[in-house]
Design a protein around this ligand. Structure first.
Ligand code: NAG
Ligand code: NAG
Length: 705
């Protein structure tokens, strides 16, 4: 009592002293685009969803804030999720450059946007990499390089600045994809909220001391799954496009990823949240799917959510524009100025070793524990954003002999596991599977940061809507109890480690996909709540806590079945960069230009900071680049031709440019840049351009043919 009163006083004094503290702020952006062809995407776990080109480039966006004593770095990257192996290497590289005071385990938060349109194989846990044919060094390196570079860029641009917070609402960009699970939550709890997903858009705005905006972070809970599992072009999806729209509006015509102002749309408690707001329908009959199981006549494969657009591109654009528009609204408001010290804390936690005391339905206290990781049957059913490939249903709470046999062939769960995970029937006893290395992490990263009275909880997975709400409430309560502060709490999802989903205990009981993918059992959320309360309390009182058990480094055990590029050969009598399909002579705004080039394999060089294509407009000074492969209006498809000798030899790239109103009439051409590989010369660059063509206004009166 006395101690806490004393600490309370100290915190107040420090708070008052620090309230005048000034911040130094830096923002940076860099490319994390992975291999755009041949590598399987991370997200839908669909083996046939391999990259065939680029829709949007993937970027990492870094924000560094420093109060003169402490520093906090937040990175949002256009990737599926962050993993421990990535974070370890990124931190190591930063520390080699800057020492371990500025960037360390405690003060760097790395968060994935959760796009399902990026190449995979970067997590070093078997279950996540197996659907990408194992570990993919090229993807891993692309992410490490990009995130380190984004942080370096921010590091080199630190200026005196100010931070503002505000919140908005986007009503028409997300729905709950497991409402039957959400409905299991207590009535009085649900009654506190108007919607079954969070509609709030939380925003931090960064300005220089003289008021010039330099960056923004938005947190909005939605799955970046507007691009569904039929997409084969690398993309940052709805939130990635929202970021490009925001940056475009602030950066005076700078090409995507090359401007000074940096805007992130980061992930939050998106576990049960879909952007496909027309909802799930049976694509065979047009009827509603069964609500509890998301099936049509017993089959999950027909129950698919879509919308609001007519195809995945239109839907991506509509969702992106809605989130972007509200983010702009919030940005235009003054907001609440954030002041006070920066603090952060981190601890590794071995989940199966955790216990927590809960009160059951009868008011009895009991001690429960975390389980050894396992996935339930309903995990294999997939979701209405991307159903699975087998005959599984969501909502499955009974097992069957056939699949149990298959499971036991891989790894038999212990009787303890079966009891611990109940009512989840175990399909994969991932926590017991160690060959050739861990299938799923048991040790996860937990982290909390504070900027003044703003709390950021970096969550190692996908919290459902209600899980996020409970966590925000709990941390707000802790801040009140410990230091009398009415803290704003932000959930930063998919951070640091990936541990699948975290549902509430009640949601877990009906075993929708999210419940089946809550890998540490029914009390996963309660353990998280206990842990994050502890972290925030320690942060507020200045108490130090042990580092926790550091996860094993499995780098040397990684296995990959992704074959390297051996050789590129142009087709007979062709050269790399030759334009094989030329544009027409004339186009009008609204038309799409299609050209095709003889190309090398795009994996030879990912062209970070550059582009595989340029749309160029003729000016008095020569050709000016007006669009790249990161621009929404361009799309690029890579075609590969297999040669007799069972390795890949020739490739072509087809480039589409949709001429929208943002382009002015004039003379244009399209160029393609790439690298080819040969055993003699190694990897060498090449480039080529189409012939020039004219673009006229869309006004038909002036049409000349
Ligand atoms: C759906 O699940 C709820 C809750 O478990 C249950 O009460 C209801 O009967 C189920 N409906 C059907 C059609 O199975
Ligand atoms: C994906 O979206 C397209 C429309 O763009 C639709 O035709 C297709 O059925 C969808 N497929 C899945 C599996 O979601």
């Amino acid at each position: 009592m006395q101690t806490s009163a004393l600490l309370f006083g100290v915190t107040l004094i420090m708070g008052a002293w620090h309230a005048n503290a000034e911040y130094k702020i830096g923002v940076g952006i860099a490319d994390v685009t992975g291999p755009p062809a041949e590598v399987i995407f991370m997200g839908y776990a669909k083996l046939t969803q391999k990259g065939e080109g680029l829709h949007l480039r993937q970027f990492a966006r870094a924000f560094i804030i420093d109060d003169g004593i402490s520093r906090l770095t937040f990175v949002s990257a256009d990737i599926g999720m962050m993993g421990h192996a990535l974070r370890r290497v990124i931190l190591r590289q930063l520390q080699e450059k800057y020492g371990d005071l500025l960037y360390n385990e405690h003060n760097v938060i790395l968060s994935g946007t959760h796009t399902h349109g990026g190449p995979g194989g970067y997590l070093m846990d078997v279950v996540f990499d197996i659907t990408c044919l194992g570990f993919v060094q090229e993807t891993f390196d692309a992410i490490v390089d990009g995130i380190v570079k984004a942080i370096e860029n921010a590091h080199n641009k630190m200026v005196d600045g100010e931070i503002y917070y505000d919140v908005g609402q986007v009503l028409d960009a997300n729905i709950n994809r497991s409402p039957s699970a959400y409905d299991q939550n207590p009535e009085e709890e649900k009654a506190e909220y108007e919607h079954n997903v969070d509609k709030e858009l939380y925003q931090l705005k960064f300005k220089t001391k003289d008021g010039k905006p330099i960056g923004v972070i938005n947190w909005f809970a939605v799955h970046p799954t507007s691009m569904n599992n039929t997409n084969h072009l690398v993309t940052s999806d709805n939130v990635g496009y929202a970021a490009i729209l925001f940056e475009d509006s602030m950066n005076n015509g700078a090409l995507p990823g090359r401007g000074e102002f940096v805007a992130a749309f980061a992930s939050a408690n998106l576990g049960d949240v879909s952007p496909n707001i027309k909802g799930a329908k049976c694509i065979n009959t047009g009827e509603n799917c069964d609500r509890n199981t998301s099936t049509c006549g017993g089959l999950a494969t027909y129950c698919i959510a879509s919308g609001p657009g007519n195809d995945i591109y239109e839907s991506t654009s509509i969702i992106a524009n809605r989130i972007f528009a509200e983010a702009m609204n919030v940005f235009a408001s003054t907001g609440r100025k954030i002041s006070g010290p920066i603090k952060s804390i981190h601890q590794f936690v071995n989940m199966p070793e955790q216990t927590v005391e809960i009160t059951d339905d009868l008011g009895q206290k009991q001690t429960v524990k975390g389980c050894v990781p396992a996935m339930g049957y309903s995990f294999a059913a997939g979701t209405t954003d991307g159903p699975g490939e087998f005959d599984f249903q969501q909502g499955t709470v009974t097992s069957n002999e056939f699949w149990n046999l298959v499971r036991d062939f891989l790894q038999q769960p212990e009787p303890d596991d079966i009891e611990c995970h109940a009512p989840k029937p175990i399909l994969l006893a991932t926590g017991r599977m160690k060959l050739p290395y861990d299938w799923q992490p048991s040790i996860l990263s937990t982290q909390v940061a504070m900027i003044g009275d703003l709390v950021i909880a970096a969550i190692p997975g996908e919290f459902t809507t209600m899980s996020g709400r409970r966590m925000r409430k709990a941390l707000n309560q802790v801040a009140k109890e410990v230091s009398g502060v009415d803290a704003t709490v932000i959930i930063a999802g998919l951070s640091n480690t990936y541990t699948d989903y975290i549902t509430t205990f009640e949601e877990y009981q009906v075993q929708r996909y999210e419940g089946a993918s809550t890998i540490y059992g029914p009390h996963t959320l309660s353990i998280h709540m206990q842990q994050y309360r502890k972290l925030l309390k320690a942060l507020l009182t200045g108490e130090s806590i042990p580092e926790g058990p550091v996860p094993e480094d499995a780098t040397d055990k990684q296995i990959s079945f992704v074959t390297p590029v051996i050789l590129d050969l142009p087709e007979i009598k062709r050269h790399f960069g030759d334009c094989l399909v030329q544009p027409q002579n004339e186009y009008h705004i609204g038309d799409t230009v299609t050209v095709q080039f003889m190309s090398g394999h795009p994996r030879n060089n990912l062209r970070h900071g550059g582009s595989y294509l340029h749309v160029e407009r003729q000016t008095e000074d020569g050709w000016e680049v007006v669009a790249t492969d990161a621009s929404w209006d361009t799309r690029q498809l890579t075609l590969m031709f297999w040669w007799k000798r069972t390795f890949l030899a020739s490739s072509r790239v087809t480039i589409y440019w949709h001429i929208t109103e943002r382009y002015t009439p004039g003379i244009y051409r399209i160029s393609h840049m790439g690298h080819s590989k040969s055993p003699i010369n190694g990897i060498v660059p090449y480039e080529g351009s189409s012939k020039p063509f004219a673009v006229f206004t869309s006004n038909r009166i002036y049409r000349r043919f």
